[in-house]
Design a protein around this ligand. Structure first.
Ligand code: SF4
Ligand code: ZN
Length: 305
């Protein structure tokens, strides 16, 4: 099969019914990331924090951002890696990341759960602290703390934006999970993030790129990334939702884009004006008097006495 540029195609994009050669595929992926960011973000003197985990998504995102900002005067990129302390898993991720950042000439900051909250995630799980905190799954704790730490350090470094490697599939999973569980508040909050002082605006350059294509982009660009999943991920509801979306996409190619589009249309009709307060302990934006992470840390201190 032949790509529209005349070269031999290597990939059939089922949802667009197009055959693409490697170069056109790369351009297509980078064009979509550029479209999501727009001119407001791709501009002079901007500083972007990049959350990287060592998986394909975050490394592909960092690689694309490096390309997009290459010729932008005085644009700075800095990578943040959160080490949760998951034995046998995060050490490997760290190796991939160090190599990647060195190759790409990207600055890297490593943030450890242990230094920041006093425990590794393994210790939290092993000591059964999750049930003491009334948290069902490790990801529910880990995800919130990771988000908190990334924001904290991006703020400290003076970043204008914090880039997160969520691909199209991740968006669809979150949207459907919240619909199915009836988490109306989360549905709205997911689309309308906190803005303002104390919060670095999050950007998601891979929003319009399906997971399979992120993987393909990594492979054809020889990006080495961690392939093993986190040992706690199979316990997640997200993992099950992934399987459901796969079935839907097989039946109807492009359904992921329609899930996202439908959700974005719906968002326009949903308006919650929630008062944003400041955590009395750490000063971070939150909806109550004390943020989730600080309240967990207080409880953890009590438990471990
Ligand atoms: Fe944390 Fe869950 Fe991600 Fe593992 S899969 S790193 S536990 S959020
Ligand atoms: Zn706090």
């Amino acid at each position: 099969m032949i790509c529209s540029c005349g070269n031999e195609a290597f990939y059939y994009q089922r949802y667009s019914n197009k055959y693409l050669c490697k170069e056109c595929f790369k351009k297509d992926i980078e064009r979509r990331a550029k479209k999501v960011l727009g001119k407001d973000i791709i501009r002079n003197n901007v500083k972007i924090g990049i959350g990287i985990s060592g998986g394909k998504d975050s490394l592909v995102m960092a690689c694309i951002l490096k390309k997009l900002f290459k010729h932008i005067p005085n644009a700075k990129l800095i990578c943040f890696f959160v080490d949760e302390g998951i034995k046998g898993f995060r050490e490997k991720a760290k190796e991939y990341i160090k190599e990647f950042c060195e190759e790409q000439g990207l600055e890297l900051k490593i943030i450890k759960f242990e230094d920041e909250i006093g425990y590794t995630l393994d210790e939290i799980v092993k000591n059964d602290y999750l049930s003491e905190l009334n948290i069902g799954r490790p990801c529910s704790f880990c995800g919130v703390v990771r988000r908190y730490l990334l924001n904290k350090h991006a703020l400290k470094e003076g970043c204008d934006y914090l880039a997160i490697g969520h691909n199209l599939d991740d968006f669809c999973q979150t949207i459907l999970m919240n619909y199915v569980e009836g988490n109306v508040k989360n549905i709205i909050q997911f689309g309308k993030e906190f803005e303002g002082e104390g919060f670095v605006k999050r950007i998601k350059p891979l929003k319009l790129i399906p997971e399979d294509e992120v993987r393909l982009y990594a492979d054809i660009n020889n990006i080495k990334y961690q392939k093993e999943p986190c040992p706690y991920s199979s316990l997640s509801y997200r993992h099950r939702m992934k399987k459901v979306i796969k079935v839907l996409e097989e039946d109807k190619p492009g359904v992921k884009f329609s899930i996202l589009r439908g959700y974005e249309k719906l968002l326009k009709y949903m308006d919650v004006k929630e008062e944003v307060k400041r955590c009395e302990i750490c000063g971070f934006p939150c909806s109550g008097n004390i943020c989730k992470v600080c309240s967990w840390l207080i409880k953890l201190k009590e438990i471990s006495k």
